[in-house]
Design a protein around this ligand. Structure first.
Ligand code: PMV
Length: 357
């Protein structure tokens, strides 16, 4: 497999000198979602979005988010649209809080107009916040003229949504939790994602969209409840460190079965922590379990296929790229109402040339 780590963001100041998208004041960026094979579940600092555990993901080559940021006057409000409709309420508050961080770093008071096009269903556990805040970090940093390298952009994206830290990078990315006891500024600096070297591996993720509707409980609230109340949380967090070590070895060796087995147990363990929370958080739906059964049958038939699920009912099936068509067909047969997409490893977040969308 060729994993494209190269599309990671260019330094903002380089872009600020030439081309339409490079003029500070306006920039357009694209980012893709990532799916964690070792999950991020639980924060140790909500304000800085510092996770309890390291996580590792694959960035996808489908469902890009494209975001344009244009700076306006120093007075007034930020304006945010998603697919042409005005964003309001909590979603707007999160974007404004993120822009406030960028303004603080850039020592600017200018308000922004943010226009986003999402090709992934928003808030359905399909990592729309990851691609969304990664694209926003790159576009906003450039528009405000910040000089940030890829690691600094990853830290910035993390503040919008933890998993966005990983979408800065193509292929496989590891997000470091950083030392648990470090004081705030050092802890902030130590928590960023970076690309992970991978041996010969030709993976696909078959994305089974069981339900594209918004999730009933936000991942933020569900994580908090799990950490605060689930007796299974600490054991999972400890075992996740072992899973990460196993995952890194499996990726280095290009061992798809070990990658898949480790990812599946890590995800099922994460869902177990939520089911044991008080009250329980249950994202998986009957159709999710139908897809999990189909994955088991594929394995019994000798096809390496392994499932992972996030904060929603949708199931992503890791398999060889050469088996992806067969895996997709098996999922469709088992759950005919499920929309199925095939993804490969995708590129990191980057600026788009020109401001045309
Ligand atoms: O970045 P958030 O706050 O949307 O949290 C994402 C959490 C999971 O998708 C469930 C796991 C992960 O590592 O992406």
């Amino acid at each position: 497999m060729r994993v494209d780590h190269g599309a990671a963001p260019v330094r903002a100041h380089e872009r600020a000198t030439t081309g339409t998208a490079r003029v500070a004041g306006s920039a357009t960026a694209v980012a893709h979602p990532n799916i964690a094979l070792i999950k991020y579940w639980g924060k140790r600092d909500e304000r800085l979005v510092l996770p309890r555990t390291d996580s590792l993901s694959m960035t996808l080559d489908i469902f890009p988010t494209i975001t344009q940021v244009r700076l306006g006057a120093e007075t007034g409000q930020d304006t945010v649209t998603l697919d042409g409709a005005a964003v309001t309420g909590e979603a707007l508050r999160r974007v404004v809080a993120f822009l406030d961080l960028v303004r603080e770093q850039a020592a600017s008071l200018r308000r922004a107009v943010v226009d986003t096009e999402n090709t992934v269903p928003t808030g359905a556990g399909l990592a729309s916040s990851a691609s969304g805040f990664a694209a926003l970090a790159v576009a906003a940093a450039t528009a405000y003229g910040l000089d940030l390298d890829a690691r600094a952009l990853s830290r910035l994206a993390r503040r919008g949504s933890g998993s966005a830290a990983r979408s800065l990078f193509g292929g496989f990315a590891l997000w470091h939790a950083g030392p648990a006891d470090a004081p705030a500024p050092a802890a902030d600096l130590a928590s960023y994602a970076e690309p992970v070297p991978v041996a010969e591996l030709d993976p696909a993720l078959v994305v089974a969209v069981v339900d594209a509707g918004p999730k009933p409980v936000s991942s933020r609230a569900a994580m908090r409840r799990t950490v605060d109340t689930s007796p299974l949380y600490e054991p999972w967090a400890r075992s996740s460190a072992d899973d990460l070590a196993a995952m890194r070895t499996a990726l280095r060796r290009g061992d798809l079965d070990a990658v898949g087995e480790t990812a599946e147990r890590n995800a099922l363990g994460m869902h177990a922590t939520m089911l044991a929370a008080r009250p329980a958080v249950r994202y998986l739906a009957p159709a999710s379990l139908t897809v999990l059964d189909a994955v088991l049958r594929l394995r019994q038939d000798g096809i390496p296929a392994y499932a992972t699920m996030d904060a929603g009912p949708n199931v992503k099936v890791l398999c060889r790229r050469t088996d992806a068509g067969r895996v997709a067909a098996a999922v469709r047969d088992a759950a005919p109402d499920t929309a199925v997409h095939i993804a490969g490893p995708g590129p990191g977040a980057r600026l788009l040339d020109g401001d045309a969308r």
